[in-house]
Structures are given as structure tokens and as C-alpha cells.
Write a protein that binds this ligand. Sequence first.
Ligand SMILES: Cc1ncc(COP(=O)(O)O)c(C=O)c1O
Length: 332
Amino acid sequence: MPLEPPSGVYRLSLNENLFLPREFIAEVVSKALELVDPRLYRDAYGEELAGKLAEFHGVEASEVVVGAGADHLIYLLAHLGRDGGVAIVEPTFEEYERAAKLFGAPRVKVLLDEEFRLRPERVLSARAGLVYMASPNNPTGNQFDRGAVEEVVERFEGVVVVDEAYAEYGRYTLIREAPARENLVVIRTFSKAWGLAGMRVGYAVTNRKLASLLRERGMVFACSSLSLKAAELMLERWGEVAKAVEEAKRVRDWMREELGRLPVRAYPSDANFLLVRLPVSSSWARERLLERGFAVKDVGGMPLCENCIRVTVPPKPIAESFIKALKEVLER
Ligand SMILES: Cc1ncc(COP(=O)(O)O)c(C=O)c1O
């Protein structure tokens, strides 16, 4: 069973995409290997992929910065925010904080409200040269109200980073407006909807000036020629990827409905995972689920997330077994 890792545990803790068959990914990567010569250095800054991404999104190649996963861009941006300090909209992806720490940037935390909505006035009152927010947000799953994000972009004095790692599962994207804004950087990745987490390719779209600054700070030859080519070929397969995204969204919504029959609160999601608040300790439930073959992420320690777990949406048969396992755990 290709979906089952050798350990016998379904990994629903890293938001990988199991809806694209392994054979499909292998076909694309094999073709990429035929097209590149791994003996050679190629595209110091992923220029060819940047060109293809620009066409795909309707922006200019000079407005796209390619990196080794979204994480790479997150780290480059932390360097940019080093002097003015970094604001982080929480609860969120832990890598922003790690990146800011690594570059010694002072950090300010900005909380979402109880319903996980973005409050622009809270961000605007934070003193920082750069703010990170993920939308759709991890671990809450919701995509912030577009007007609220735009208000921040319009009024925040520093750089606004909107991490759209999960935007293919969401309702809108800010990519097209990023080049025209002075201070907006949108981050995307091939790790989620595109099924290439292990290949490590991500990118940012922003105005030309910020893009060249990021490129200057970046590392030459950060991405392997194989990864860059695989990502490029994957763009040509968007039709198939989009179908898998639609299927994941259907299962996500079905799963949330099913979870509604249990004594838990499953929050609405615009991503490929669900945030679920349990009536019991999330660390205890995580251990019990693991005994039943499901690894989930315990996010109970994050602000506003008491007793919450985050669960990647898997294909339907696995989702069914997961719900059964959770039901058993809660009945104990
Ligand atoms: C919000 C967010 N951004 C970025 C990443 C990492 O993406 P990548 O694999 O491209 O580094 C993740 C992974 O979980 C994520 O949740």
C-alpha cells in the first residue's frame, strides 16, 4: 500500500499531499532526470523555473524568486527584517520564529482573535520592519479575510510577508497584486498541492526591487537541477494537480462534517488539513492515535489552541479509518 509508510503509521502530521499517486510523481521526476545532466551546474537562481512561474501566474520573471522550499524564502526574509524587528501573527508555523531568532531579529507576537481572524489594528500597532503571516494559516486552516490582509499591506510601514503555502486549497491569492505593491511578498511552495515536498522548491513573488534584494541575499545553486526541472514539468500538469486539489477539498469537507458527529470542534479549513479541538488533552490523544497507527500534530501548546490537534486530510479510506480511531480514543 503506497500510502502507508514502512513504519505502519499514517503520517498526518506534516500536511503532505497523498492525493497525487506516487506513480504520477515518479513519472514527472523521471522525465526531469532525462532532461538534465546532473554533472553540470545549472540556473544559479532557478531562472528558467522563474520564467515558467511568471508565465503561469501572469507576472514578470524578475518578480519571482526561487528557493529551496518556502522555508528558504522565510529565512531570506528574516535576514531582511533583522534591523527593524519581525512581527509574527500567531498561532502559526514555527519556522518564522526560528528564522527570526537565527538572524537575531527582535520579535513581536501579534495574536489572532478567538475565531482566528486577522485583526489589522493589532498588526499595525506592532513595531517591526517585517511581518509574517500565513494565509491560509497553519495550524488554524483558515484563509484570512482578503480585505483585512489588504488593509495591513496598505498601512503597515514595513514588509508584509503573506505565506500562501496552502493557497491552492484556499479561496484567493495575492500573487497578482504583489508586483505592484511596495511592501508585499507572497510565498508559495511545490511541497503541498504540487506533491513535491521532498524535492524542496518554493518561490516568492514581489516587486522587482525586493525580488533582486532577496536574490542578492540568497545562495547560488540552492536548488538542485533535478528539483527545478521537476517543478517546471509539474507546472505543465496543473490540470491533474488541480483535480487532486479538488478531491482533497471534497474529503476535507466530508471529514469536517463527520467530525461534527463527535464531541470535538473541527474548524473550517481552506487548506489540506483540519484543526480539531478535543474534549481531552491533545498530547494524550496524540499518543492514543499513534498506538492506532495515526500520527497527528499536537498543537495544544500554541496560543489559542488548547487541546487542539492538526490533522492532514488523507484520501477517503484513510480518513474513514482515522475518524473511527479518533472515535475509539474519545470513547475510552
Ligand atoms: C505555512 C507554511 N509555510 C511553509 C511551509 C514549508 O514549506 P516548504 O516545504 O516549501 O519549505 C509549511 C510546511 O508545513 C507551512 O505550513
